[in-house]
Design a protein around this ligand. Structure first.
Ligand code: SIN
Length: 562
C-alpha cells in the first residue's frame, strides 16, 4: 500500500449524484447475446457469436458507423514479418505500459493477434500492399519494428469498419438496433446481468424506453474522450459503458491513465470537441516535431526521438509549450513531399486543407488531445467483468494489455483478439435466460445536459496531460458543483451527460489518489514513478444513494505481485 494512501473511510467519500436508474421498460426483446456498440470490438464479437449459432442483438447509440473505429488512422499492430517476433512486440507493449501491463494478457495479444488479423483480411478487409503483394508495414511510437498494417494510407479504421459492416449485413443471426442509448444493466434474481434497458429514438414498436433481455451482455461502447473538452474521439465516445458497468457493480480500474495523443491538428485557441488526428504514422514515415523556433525537440529526450512512446512525446510537447508560452508545436512533414503525403496520408491532407494548411509547404500545427482510455471495466482473459453475465471488449475494457499507457495501434488488435475470446467463452458457457428484477426502480435524477461543455472544459484544464493536487482539487470541486445541476425529465442527452459526469469524477478521483507520475498520468507535484505505486486503483459502487446524497464509490489499491 503506498505511503499516505487514504483510509477506507476517506475513500468512501466519492459521492456521485444519484445515478440513473432506468425507468420501467415499455417494451422488451429477447436474444441470446446483446452486444452494445458497433466498432471493431462489438461487430467482431457479434459476428463470432452469430457464427457459433447464437441470436445476437447489436445496440448502437447513433448510426452503426458512428463509433471510434472508423476514425482510426494508424493501423493494426501484429507480428507479420519474419524478422519480428511476438516477444519483441510484447517487450515494446510492456515498455510503453509503465510496469502495469498484465503480462499474461500481453502474451495473449501478441500471440493470437496475427491469426485474428488474417481472419479479418479473410472477411474482406484490405490493407495496403506493395506491387509484389507483400503487406506494407509501418512504425509508430514505441515500436522498435515495422509491424503496423494500414489501409487507404491513413484510413485503416474506415476500411475495417466497412468490411465488418458488409459481414454483419450478410449474417442473418444479427439484428441491429440503432439510435439506442443503453441506460442500465438489468440484474436477475441471482445477481447476474440478464440484459439492459435502453432508450430508443425511433419509430414504431421499439421507440422509447425498452429492454433487451439476454443470456449474456457484452459492452463494446468504446472510449470516453468526450469527457474532455479537446479530444480526437467522436461525439459518441462518452464513457457510457464504464458508467453502466459501475452502476451494475463491476470493478473499474486504471481510469487515471488517459492517453493524450501528441498530434491532434491544432485548429486555433478555443477549439473544442473532436479534433482531427494527425497520425503517429506520419512520424513513423519520417516527419519531425519542431518547436516555435523550428527546432526538433525530441532529439536527446528519448532514444526513439519522435517515435518515443506516446506519453513521452505528449509530455515533452507540453513542456516545450509551457516554456515557450505557446499552445501548440509543429509537425514538419514537408520533406516527405506532396506526392507521398497525398498518397500515404490522404485523410490528414484533407483535414489540413479544410483548415487552410498545405503540409507540403508548411509545418502542421499540433497539440495533445484526449485520445484513449487505457483503463476501463476490469476483465479477465475471457473478457468477463467482475459481474456474472457482463462482458467488456475493446476500449471500454481493461484487459491489462495497456497498463499505464497503450502502445500505438494495439487497440484495434485488442478488439479483434478479445472479441474472439469472448465468443469462445459464450460458446462454452452461455447460461439460460433468467428473469430480470425490475423491482429496484427509483426515480431517475440525472445531471442536466447543460453540464457537458463545462465538464469538458474543467477536465481539459485540470485533469489533462499535466495534473497537480491543485488542478485536480479545482476540477473535483467543479464536478461536485455541476453534479448538483439535475434534470427532472431525463432524456438521452441528460443520461449521456450523467455518464460523462460519472466517468469524469472517477478519472479525477483516481488521478488525485495516484501521487506519482507513471505512463500517461503526469503529476507536476510528483514528477517521478514510485515503486510503492506499482499497482492498480480499482473502484466499485458500494451503496446506492448513500446518506440520501448520491451513490458511494469505494476505491482500493491492488499491488502488482511480480
Ligand atoms: C495514430 O494513428 O496516431 C493513432 C493510432 C492509435 O491510437 O493507435
Amino acid at each position: 500500500m503506498p505511503n499516505g494512501f487514504p483510509s477506507d473511510a476517506e475513500l468512501g467519500s466519492l459521492m456521485l449524484p444519484r445515478q440513473l436508474l432506468a425507468p420501467a421498460p415499455g417494451w422488451s426483446r429477447q436474444t441470446d447475446v446483446c452486444v452494445i456498440g458497433s466498432g471493431i470490438a462489438g461487430l467482431c464479437t457479434a459476428l463470432r457469436a452469430a457464427e457459433a449459432g447464437f441470436k445476437v442483438i447489436v445496440v448502437t447509440k447513433e448510426n452503426i458507423n458512428d463509433g471510434s473505429t472508423r476514425w482510426a488512422q494508424g493501423g493494426i499492430a501484429a507480428v507479420l514479418d519474419l524478422d519480428d517476433s511476438p516477444q519483441a512486440h510484447a517487450a515494446d507493449t510492456l515498455a510503453a505500459g509503465g510496469e502495469l501491463c498484465d503480462a499474461a494478457a500481453v502474451d495473449v495479444l501478441v500471440r493470437e493477434g496475427p491469426l485474428r488479423l488474417r481472419e479479418l483480411m479473410a472477411r474482406g478487409a484490405s490493407f495496403d500492399r506493395y506491387p509484389d503483394g507483400r503487406l506494407m508495414l509501418t512504425r509508430e511510437g514505441g515500436h522498435r519494428a515495422h509491424r503496423i498494417v494500414h489501409a487507404g494510407g491513413d484510413a485503416t479504421g474506415a476500411e475495417v469498419q466497412r468490411a465488418l459492416l458488409v459481414a454483419v449485413a450478410h449474417e442473418p443471426g444479427i439484428e441491429v438496433i440503432e439510435h439506442a442509448l443503453v441506460l442500465d444493466a438489468l440484474h436477475g434474481a441471482s445477481g447476474g446481468i440478464v440484459g439492459v434497458t435502453l432508450h430508443v429514438l425511433g419509430e414504431g414498436s421499439s421507440d422509447g424506453v425498452g429492454a433487451v433481455l439476454a443470456r449474456a451482455t457484452v459492452l463494446a461502447t468504446g472510449g470516453m474522450g468526450q469527457t474532455f473538452g479537446v479530444t480526437t474521439n467522436p461525439v459518441v465516445s462518452t464513457g457510457d459503458g464504464v458508467a453502466l458497468a459501475l452502476r451494475a457493480g463491476a470493478a473499474i480500474t486504471d481510469l487515471e491513465f488517459v492517453q493524450f495523443h501528441p498530434t491532434a491538428l491544432y485548429l486555433g485557441p478555443g477549439s473544442t470537441g473532436q479534433q482531427p488526428l494527425v497520425s503517429e504514422a506520419m512520424r513513423g514515415e519520417g516527419a519531425h516535431l519542431v518547436d516555435a523556433a523550428g527546432q526538433r525537440f525530441m532529439l536527446g529526450v528519448h532514444e526513439l526521438a519522435e517515435l518515443a512512446p506516446r506519453d513521452v512525446v505528449a509530455k515533452t510537447s507540453v513542456a516545450v509549450m509551457l516554456e515557450q508560452g505557446t499552445d501548440h508545436v509543429y509537425l514538419d512533414a514537408r520533406h516527405l513531399g506532396a506526392a507521398v503525403l497525398r498518397k500515404r496520408f490522404p485523410t490528414i491532407v484533407a483535414s489540413c486543407t479544410a483548415a487552410g494548411l498545405d503540409p507540403a509547404q508548411q509545418p502542421i500545427p499540433v497539440a495533445p488531445a484526449a485520445h484513449y482510455a487505457s483503463g476501463g471495466v476490469r476483465t479477465d482473459l475471457r473478457g468477463r467483468s467482475s459481474v456474472p453475465g457482463l462482458y467488456a471488449c475493446g476500449e471500454v475494457a481493461c484487459t491489462g494489455v495497456h497498463g499505464a499507457n497503450r502502445l500505438a495501434s494495439n487497440s484495434l488488435l485488442e478488439g479483434l483478439v478479445f472479441a474472439e475470446r469472448i465468443a469462445a467463452d459464450l460458446a462454452r458457457d452461455l447460461p439460460a435466460q433468467a428473469d430480470p428484477a425490475f423491482g429496484d426502480h427509483l426515480d431517475a435524477r440525472v445531471v442536466s445536459s447543460t453540464t457537458r461543455d463545462e465538464v469538458g472544459a474543467a477536465m481539459s484544464a485540470g485533469a489533462g496531460v499535466l495534473r497537480s493536487t491543485r488542478t485536480l482539487r479545482q476540477v473535483g470541486q467543479r464536478l461536485r458543483e455541476l453534479g448538483e445541476r439535475r434534470c427532472a425529465d431525463p432524456r438521452p442527452a441528460s443520461w449521456e451527460a450523467s455518464n460523462v459526469h460519472t466517468v469524469a469524477s472517477l478519472v479525477v478521483s483516481a488521478a488525485a489518489l495516484r501521487s506519482e507520475t507513471r505512463g500517461c498520468h503526469w503529476r507536476d507535484d510528483f514528477p517521478h514513478s514510485s515503486p510503492e505505486w506499482r499497482g492498480h486503483l480499482v473502484s466499485r459502487l458500494v451503496a446506492r444513494d448513500g446518506n440520501g446524497n448520491g451513490d458511494v464509490v469505494h476505491t482500493e489499491f491492488r499491488e502488482v505481485l511480480a
